[in-house]
Design a protein around this ligand. Structure first.
Ligand SMILES: *Cc1c(COP(=O)(O)O)cnc(C)c1O
Length: 399
């Protein structure tokens, strides 16, 4: 008799094999001792990590760690309940006030992750069958959120405001876009999108997971950089696990928006409130991000150095005209991307290969991303490694 566990494995194993044969298998590398720019691999090798999202180098900042620890000493490791039950602590409340102030909006709501924030916000704002325009290269959590809300998605060509305009003519009532695109490192045409939404009476939702902390005056993000008033982009989603070096996420906007999400966003309501220590660390990060402008300047000057060097060597660089810490190198096929990643590993450099379905077929890439803790020497080693990879494994035509 076949045991149910064996029957389940029998069904799963061929699917895993198929994925592996397509060059799409993924696995976790185990690191310890991350210090803001490097970590020690399971083989005991020190590797410079050039693919994380710790843009300002805050994830290992002792001030965040101390805030986290001190709060855990007072409040414990877990919140013990959902926000609306008894898990909402003074530190959560204070973080929400700080997030509202940081983003220049009346209110903010703290979610456990960016994925949950997007799912919750769009489910709360969209009725079944509602028409939504979304950039075709939006982050997976946004694409999933629209689908799970049961809305009808009208995708527009990447960062193409004219095509977005057509989608609005077709009746889209909500427009959803990344601020800085997570896998491409370019910036959405936010001023044009905001003007189109205003003209059509549509609501603009911006997920600025990669812009907040990095772009705009005081690191206020890509909307601030594009000089878009908050009332023209009424729903802002941000994460705390990237530039802010902590964990969690938020939605900020009007008091009514935040109150509606508190009442209707299921991913806020039916889940345990994050550890209060995280909120304490995130508050410290917001303060530091505002005050230590050199971190933004540093990561962007490293990105500029990388771009200049990569261009001059003819490396297939993606990205847009606005400088961001995300600098994709487009190699085409999944096998080639894996081969490039292995060459870099031989140089003690970690840049994970990003393959479909995270990015479209034929656009596998090395998503290089920099932090304020990297040095010029890291960039130079990266360029050397990439040039060797390009010689050994020529780039395929990107479709
Ligand atoms: C990383 C990311 C998310 C998810 O945020 P988490 O807090 O990591 O769950 C959402 N949107 C975008 C654009 C992202 O890059």
């Amino acid at each position: 008799m076949t045991r149910p566990a064996d029957a389940l494995d029998h069904w799963l194993l061929p699917q895993l094999r198929e994925r592996e044969q397509a060059g799409l298998y993924r696995s976790c590398s185990v690191y310890k001792g991350y210090d803001g720019s490097a970590g020690t691999s399971a083989q005991g090798r020190r590797e410079t990590i050039l693919c994380g999202n710790d843009y300002l180098g805050l994830a290992t900042d002792p001030r965040l760690v101390r805030a986290f620890e001190a709060c855990a000493q007072r409040e414990g490791s877990g919140s013990g309940a959902a926000h609306l039950v008894s898990g909402h602590r003074a530190e959560h409340e204070a973080l929400e006030a700080d997030l509202a102030a940081f983003t220049g909006r009346p209110a903010a709501l703290f979610f456990s992750t960016g994925y949950m924030a997007n799912l919750g916000a769009l489910q709360a704002l969209l009725g079944r069958g509602a028409l939504v325009a979304e950039d075709r290269l939006n982050h997976a959590s946004l694409l999933d959120a629209v689908r799970l809300a049961g809305a009808r998605s009208l995708r527009y060509r990447h960062a193409d405001a004219a095509h977005l305009g057509e989608r609005l003519e077709e009746g889209a009532r909500l427009v959803v876009t990344d601020g800085v695109f997570s896998m491409d490192g370019d910036v959405a045409p936010l001023a044009e999108a905001a003007a189109l939404c205003r003209k059509h009476g549509a609501t603009l939702v911006v997920d600025d997971a990669h812009g907040l902390g990095v772009l705009g005056p005081d690191g206020r993000g890509s909307l601030a950089e594009a000089d878009v008033d908050w009332a023209d982009a009424p729903v802002l989603v941000g994460t705390l696990g990237k530039a802010f070096g902590a964990f969690g996420a938020f939605v900020s906007g009007s008091a009514a928006l935040v109150e509606a999400l508190r009442q209707f966003a299921r991913t806020y309501i039916y889940t345990t409130a994050p550890p209060p220590g995280l909120a304490a660390a995130a508050r410290e990060a917001l303060r530091i991000a505002r005050e230590e402008k050199w971190r933004r300047e540093r990561v962007l000057s490293l990105a500029q150095r990388f771009r200049d060097e990569a261009r001059s060597r003819g490396l297939p660089l993606g990205g847009g005209s606005t400088l961001t810490p995300i600098q994709p190198v487009l190699v085409g096929g999944s096998a080639t991307a894996l081969a490039w990643s292995r060459v870099l590993e031989e140089h003690g450099l970690r840049v994970t290969a990003i393959r479909p379905p995270t990015v479209p077929e034929g656009t596998a890439r090395l998503r290089v991303s920099l932090t304020a803790r990297h040095g010029e020497a890291d960039i130079d080693r990266l360029i050397t490694g990439l040039c060797e990879a390009a010689r050994r494994y020529p780039v395929e035509t990107v479709v």
